[in-house]
Design a protein around this ligand. Structure first.
Ligand code: NAP
Length: 306
């Protein structure tokens, strides 16, 4: 909107390029389509229509009605990628979910002892700190909380995300960094967990979400519904392998970011990136699109969309 205001003051009869359709009204921000019309812009390139059903198509219609030339679809793929969290929020009514893992060349995420610090290099880890600032919440399973005792912060890079721990039996101890460091933590637990421990955590400022279990498993869509309600539009899953499987099995991963370090850990007892029972056939396996491979110092970063 600020850029549009600027354009309005400086560039009469100019061309505007927008990644998303200008909305007529969005919360408290001024309506942008009228702003463009007022500024005298003659031609507008819009990469994609707003997927919000309340405003979709209205900005375009208004511009055309006033004689402004409107072209839709320029750099559409790029715009979809740029607006992916918003798109998922609007279309799927849940956060955009990224699964991030660090693994060895043989696909292991921890030693047989459970230790995993550090498989990836410093630069990769710095990238993850940035990814955390871009995410509204970071989620891990109870075992990772216990084994790694992670901070799950941005390490000073920017804002810290909400930390979410899935701990149905509330077996994580209250002295973990997740509960003692400053920042917000949400524990998802079940009615079977100790009420005394829940209260202890509440006293530490930890938020408790109680969800019922079905065959010892939470309904992730219910957890996501809650996260959506508290405005989590991008969720970063940071493991471990069983948690990753639950999300993958339920079709709840939109993007993967796998950091592959040039080391081999070996061991049949070493955790692999994704655990659980696995898919029954290759045909069912999760397939990735838009794959990219980049070098991060000595590590490889493999990214893909589902
Ligand atoms: N290299 C990496 O990127 C990386 C990242 C993270 C972790 N790790 C390593 O991975 C290991 C831990 O992985 P893990 O697979 O053993 O465990 P995990 O995924 O961290 O935690 C699994 C536990 O979380 C709870 N849980 C998760 N999803 C659930 C769901 N949908 N419903 C109900 N409960 C759910 C269950 O708790 P209950 O058991 O209480 O039922 C489950 O057993 C550690 O060694 C850690 O160092 C490596």
């Amino acid at each position: 909107v600020l850029a549009l205001r600027h354009a309005g003051q400086r560039s009469k009869g100019a061309t505007a390029y927008l990644t998303l359709e200008p909305c007529n009204h969005w919360g408290k921000t001024p309506p942008c389509a009228p702003l463009l019309i007022k500024s005298g812009v003659k031609k507008v390139f819009i990469a994609m229509e707003d997927p919000n059903p309340i405003v979709s198509g209205r900005g375009i219609k208004e511009l055309r009605k006033e004689g402004v030339q409107v072209h839709v679809g320029l750099e559409n793929n790029g715009a979809r990628s740029l607006n992916r969290s918003y798109m998922t929020w609007m279309v799927k009514k849940r956060p955009y979910i990224i699964l991030k893992m660090a693994m060895s060349l043989d696909g292991k995420t921890a030693l047989p002892s459970g230790h995993s610090h550090w498989i990836s290099n410093k630069t990769s880890r710095k990238l993850v700190h940035h990814l955390r600032t871009e995410s509204d919440a970071v989620l891990i399973g109870a075992e990772t909380a216990l084994m790694d005792n992670p901070h799950l912060t941005s390490h000073g890079v920017g804002r810290d995300p909400l930390r979410v721990v899935i701990d149905p039996r509330l077996r994580t101890n209250t002295s973990l960094r997740l509960y003692t460091d400053k920042g917000r933590t949400l524990v998802v637990t079940s009615p079977q967990a100790s009420i005394k421990k829940m209260n202890l955590l509440r006293k530490k400022g930890v938020q408790i979400l109680i969800e019922s279990l079905k065959k010892s498993t939470f309904d992730l869509t219910s957890i996501l519904r809650y996260l959506t309600k508290i405005n989590v539009s991008q969720l970063l899953i940071e493991g471990g392998s069983r948690t990753a499987w639950h999300f993958i099995k339920n079709g709840l991963v939109d993007e993967i970011m796998f950091f592959v370090a040039p080391v081999i850990l070996g061991g049949v007892g070493s955790k692999s990136a994704v655990g659980g029972v696995g898919f029954g056939s290759i045909g069912e396996a999760l397939k990735l699109k838009h794959l990219s491979v980049s070098k991060v110092d000595g590590d490889l970063l493999i990214q893909g969309r589902i």
